[in-house]
Ligand binder design. Structure first.
Ligand SMILES: Cc1cc2nc3c(=O)[nH]c(=O)nc-3n(C[C@H](O)[C@H](O)[C@H](O)COP(=O)(O)O)c2cc1C
Length: 223
């Protein structure tokens, strides 16, 4: 079926892109992207997502302030960052890092280059836009799942519109700063951000493609 192929192509073509062109996305495309994402499902259709998109002067201010705040150790996170990856999860984490740094020709021991690449998170990988995804208080893990579904809808919508994206937990490390700069209320808690725009296809960071475990490792069918 044509729709099946189209859907598979969109899903398979979405990947985390870590270098963008400076060209901004037009207002009409932005509207279409976000209108489609809005169709995400949620518990009782509560739609517990609050999204702030920074572009133009707003993103340029953040691009300057966030790296400065990070360097000064001024972190504020709304959600704990305490996940410990063990066993297969650790292997996959290392596999993803090896893919990225391998594509960029950065060796295991090259800590300075790895750190420099990590710091690009705080400059939104030069993207012209970033969407910050907030979970309003007092929501918790179930509503965070709704926010995750919204985020995937949003990124697939971007892919379908010819845009690229990178979801970033790193952007949640500066929750207070982001709220202050964008005038977001204290009750909105920052879970992560998504940098987006047009892919810089010449940048080696974007030669990275991650793989996935076999379906049988993740799904068991019962009858
Ligand atoms: C919630 C979430 C947070 C992420 N945070 C970061 C991040 O801070 N920086 C980064 O470079 N990639 C980040 N990623 C991207 C993952 O590394 C990436 O999704 C994973 O390696 C699979 O690769 P793919 O997205 O290219 O398919 C994040 C992904 C998700 C879903």
């Amino acid at each position: 079926m044509e729709a099946t192929e189209t859907f598979k192509n969109i899903v398979n073509n979405r990947r985390s892109v870590r270098a963008f062109l400076p060209e901004p996305v037009s207002e009409s495309t932005l509207h279409s992207v976000f209108a489609t994402a809005q169709r995400a499902p949620s518990n009782c259709n509560t739609q517990p997502w609050e999204v702030a998109v920074a572009s133009g002067n707003a993103i340029e201010r953040l691009r300057k302030l966030i790296p400065e705040a990070f360097a000064a150790g001024q972190w504020t996170m709304d959600f704990p960052y305490d996940g410990k990856y063990e066993g297969v999860y650790k292997e996959r984490q290392h596999g993803a890092a090896a893919e990225l740094y391998g594509a960029m020709g950065i060796g295991r021991e090259d800590k300075a280059l790895r750190q420099a690449q990590f710091m690009k998170n705080f400059e939104f990988f030069d993207a012209p836009h970033v969407a910050f995804l907030f979970l309003p208080e007092p929501f918790g893990i179930r509503e965070a799942a709704d926010l995750g579904m919204y985020a995937q809808n949003l990124m697939l919508s971007m892919t379908a519109h010819g845009l690229a994206s990178c979801p970033q937990t790193a952007l949640s490390f500066m929750a207070d700063l982001v709220r202050r700069e964008l005038g977001i209320g204290e009750h909105n808690k920052l879970l992560f951000g998504i940098s987006f725009g047009y892919e810089d296809t010449n940048n080696s960071a974007n030669k990275c493609w991650t793989d996935r475990a076999a379906v049988t490792e993740a799904v068991s069918f019962h009858s």
